[in-house]
Ligand binder design. Structure first.
Ligand code: NAI
Length: 364
């Protein structure tokens, strides 16, 4: 199949393949759109079943970033990168230096940050090679650093909004939430949910993640194969994508699906399947925008943590609007959100476009 006929191509601006035999780097950087500004989106390091699986993932993720940045009101386009990791291959400094060089070679058309499989320390190495990176700790009260606490906060506030809309409850006290994946975002989300009085059911394929959770929050552990079908009010997918599909949706018992994972729907039609079952779906790229709000504000270099917090706390307002529009137009929430995102991109966003950063603007 040619790339232009790829089902996920969607008129990408560019798709860039890189190989650096010395470090073992194999990476794809997909730039979906620069209509609103440089393409911003994280880097994922993953062992893919095939090169085609990696391509499909990066294309879907980069389009999602265009939509996420647009709906969040950020002056950035959408892009994403994946590093194809060989099974059990360790990370190395040379790998991230090579990745930093390939990001730099795009001269600011793509700005990277952390995603699954990438830590703040990895991004510090990338920063040694390029200024086109965000998600690094800042000094003082400046916005920046690990985006996952902001993602967790936005998802938490989004769950509150979805529970209010679908279950008519103004508190999460006594509400049961099933969380799939308790990594960076899932763990912090569980802490916020616990503090709000929610009951937790959790699953993770990694025992270390579960151990870490148990040290901080009480939760019932469910087998990974069962978590999507838990007897819970809310399902919060916080692991990987494609979990909502024609096989899983008929078995979901929760009335609300609201979580951090990108690309939760295997296809747009799965949004309609959820609606038909009376399940309220919080579009993933709307509810999980907290992290990119933080990395965007860090990159622009003009915001405090408090400003990021207040911007993240606007996520529930956007969701409420989408829920209301979906209800009044009898359409699935994902369709309403996609339409909103495309409209913002077509209109050119808010017009504030970031310039190219100078090398000294970001603090590693
Ligand atoms: P992470 O890698 O720290 O955590 C993911 C967790 O899910 C890991 O503990 C992993 O063992 C677990 N997991 C993987 N497959 C599983 C399965 N089948 N069943 C149960 N658990 C499983 O990743 P992170 O940063 O927490 O991100 C989670 C999701 O949220 C990803 O889809 C990511 O793209 C998305 N996201 C993350 C943001 C961030 O700020 N970190 C921002 C926006 C989206």
């Amino acid at each position: 199949m040619g790339i232009f006929n790829h089902p996920e191509f969607d008129h990408h601006d560019s798709i860039n393949y890189f190989e650096d035999p010395a470090s073992g780097l194999k990476a794809i950087i997909a730039v979906h759109s620069t209509a609103l500004g440089p393409a911003a989106g994280g880097c994922r390091r993953w062992t893919y079943a095939s090169e085609d699986a990696a391509l499909t993932d990066v294309l879907r993720l980069s389009r999602g970033m265009t939509y996420k940045n647009a709906v969040a009101g950020l002056p950035f386009g959408g892009g994403k990168s994946v590093i194809l990791a060989a099974e059990y291959a360790p990370k190395s400094r040379a790998l991230f230096e090579a990745f930093g060089r390939v990001v730099d070679s795009l001269q600011g058309r793509y700005i990277t940050a952390e995603d699954v499989g990438i830590s703040v320390d990895d991004m510090r190495i990338v920063r040694g090679e390029t200024p086109f990176v965000s998600g690094l700790p800042q000094s003082g009260s400046g916005a920046g650093g690990d985006p996952s606490p902001w993602t967790a906060l936005g998802v938490f506030r989004g769950i509150e909004a979805a529970v209010a809309a679908r279950l008519g409850k103004d508190s999460l006290a006594g509400v049961t939430v099933a969380v799939q994946g308790v990594g960076h975002v899932g763990l912090q989300l569980c802490t916020l949910l616990h503090e709000a009085g929610a009951r937790l059911r959790v699953a993770d394929v990694n025992r270390d993640s579960l151990r870490c959770l148990h040290a901080q929050v009480p939760a019932e552990v469910v087998a990974p194969r069962d978590i999507l079908f838990s007897n819970a009010d809310v399902l919060a997918p916080c692991a990987l994508g494609n979990v909502l599909n024609s096989e899983t949706i008929p078995r979901i018992r929760a009335k609300v699906v609201a979580g951090a994972a990108n690309n939760q729907l295997a296809s747009a039609a799965d949004g309609a399947r959820l609606t038909e079952r009376g399940i309220l779906y919080a579009p993933d790229y709307v509810i999980n925008a907290g992290g990119v709000i933080s990395v965007a504000r860090e990159y622009l270099g003009n915001s405090t943590e408090e400003e990021v917090r207040s911007e993240v706390c606007r996520i529930p307002d956007r969701l409420q609007q989408i829920f209301a529009d979906a209800e009044s137009s009898l359409r699935p929430t994902n369709e309403v959100a996609d339409e909103l995102a495309r409209r913002i991109v077509a209109q050119g966003g808010n017009g504030a476009r970031p310039g190219k950063p100078t090398a000294g603007r970001l603090i590693a």
